[in-house]
Design a protein around this ligand. Structure first.
Ligand SMILES: [Zn+2]
Length: 376
């Protein structure tokens, strides 16, 4: 992997991550395909909206279709017919949020499958094996995503364990090989909840391990926005300039411009896709609830400046109708639009950084989204 910064505007960076399966232009938003499939979409939809990299989840893929299956198939790219970059999370977050009876020990996290109750363990070492078998281009070190709120003592204890796990993860990574010939790149995850000094310590300890990329985890888990923005700005300053920074699970359009301003390069979030399925759409004028009665006779697209299939083809009135009569196509059409909006926003952000007018774009997005309920 090679990461180059092409332009800067304040702390915002426009860059490129060169991976063997293709170039990722940053700042980038990665659509979530938890099980290797972006909900309601097909491969050609992702092609049309210009998705450069997607995200899948190790916990889900490990349970189904299973590691043996994927290894036999030649990896996730072969299986889902996706030839561009893909990133896998370690699955740690899902172990805590989905699985039953999970508990942490020094060697790893023990859990029962949410599907059939079967017993499993993820150690940093076995997690490398899992992510090698999946074959993603960027893989995330196993960490403990701390919930919010946690006490300072717990946050400290947990981040120290996360650092020890990162070290073991890297060791297992360095002594193993990709199974399908394509390079894989490990990223470490900074934890420390909302405690500035603990975040600083986590970043410092992980930087000593010299990972090719760094992620910020444990934000957007219920803490106040000010905490999230403050921690992001702090880490934007202290994480190595020459490495990509990935803010996990964030966020709204407003969160994204604020975090780009702090020097973040990569994002993923369920907001555009989950909201689409709940009939909430994002436009350059802000968020709208397409099921609302005021759209019942409205002609014209969701967003006149959007070039997506949905906006090129259907009126707002028709989309509202599709949601009202529970047509499956409603969720799909709204997902196509929302993801196109997010990817276009990232494109506009990259262009604005390159031409030194990022601040203007940030103001526009802030104006469109500030007065809305931003919880998604
Ligand atoms: Zn559209």
């Amino acid at each position: 992997m090679k990461f180059s910064i092409l332009a800067r505007d304040g702390s915002a960076r426009r860059g490129q991550i060169q991976l063997e399966r293709g170039i990722v232009e940053t700042p980038i938003f990665m659509p979530i395909g938890t099980r290797g499939s972006v909900k309601t979409l097909e491969r050609r939809d992702l092609d049309e909206m210009g998705a450069q990299i997607i995200l899948a989840n190790s916990y889900h893929l490990y349970l189904r279709p299973g590691i043996e299956f994927l290894e036999d198939y030649g990896g996730i790219h072969q299986f889902i017919k996706w030839d561009r970059p893909l990133l896998t999370d370690s699955g740690g977050y899902q172990v805590f949020s989905l699985s039953e009876l999970n508990h942490i020990k020094e060697d790893g996290v023990y859990f029962r499958s949410h599907l059939d109750g079967s017993r499993h363990i993820f150690t940093p070492e076995s997690n490398v094996t899992v992510q090698r078998a999946i074959g993603a281009d960027i893989i995330m070190a196993l960490d403990e995503c701390q919930p919010w709120p946690v006490t300072r003592d717990y946050a400290l204890d947990s981040l120290q364990r996360t650092t020890r796990w990162a070290e073991r993860f890297l060791e297992a990574f360095n002594t193993s090989h990709p199974l399908y010939g394509q390079e894989q790149v490990p990223f470490a995850i900074v934890q420390g909840s909302v405690y500035d000094d603990l975040r600083a310590q986590s970043a410092e300890d992980l930087m000593e391990l010299d990972f090719p990329g760094y992620a910020i985890g444990g934000l957007s888990v219920g803490e106040p926005k000010e905490d999230m923005y403050r921690i992001t700005r702090q880490l934007g300053e202290s994480l190595p300039q020459a490495r990509p920074r990935y803010l996990m699970g964030v966020g709204t359009p407003l969160d994204i411009v604020e975090s780009v301003a702090a020097g973040i390069d990569m994002f993923d979030c369920v907001i555009p896709t989950r909201n689409a399925r709940n009939s909430t759409v994002f436009t350059r004028q802000g968020k709208l609830q397409i099921k609302a009665v005021r759209h019942s006779r409205e002609r014209g697209p969701l967003d006149p400046e959007c070039g997506c299939y949905t906006c090129r083809t259907y009126d707002r009135a028709h989309l509202r109708y599709l949601f009202h009569v529970n047509e499956f196509s409603a969720m799909r059409l709204a997902t196509i639009h929302n993801l196109t909006y997010y990817l276009d926003l990232m494109q506009a952000i990259r262009e604005s950084i390159a031409s030194g007018v990022f601040e203007e774009l940030r103001q526009q997005v802030t104006q469109a989204y500030r007065e809305h309920d931003e919880t998604g």
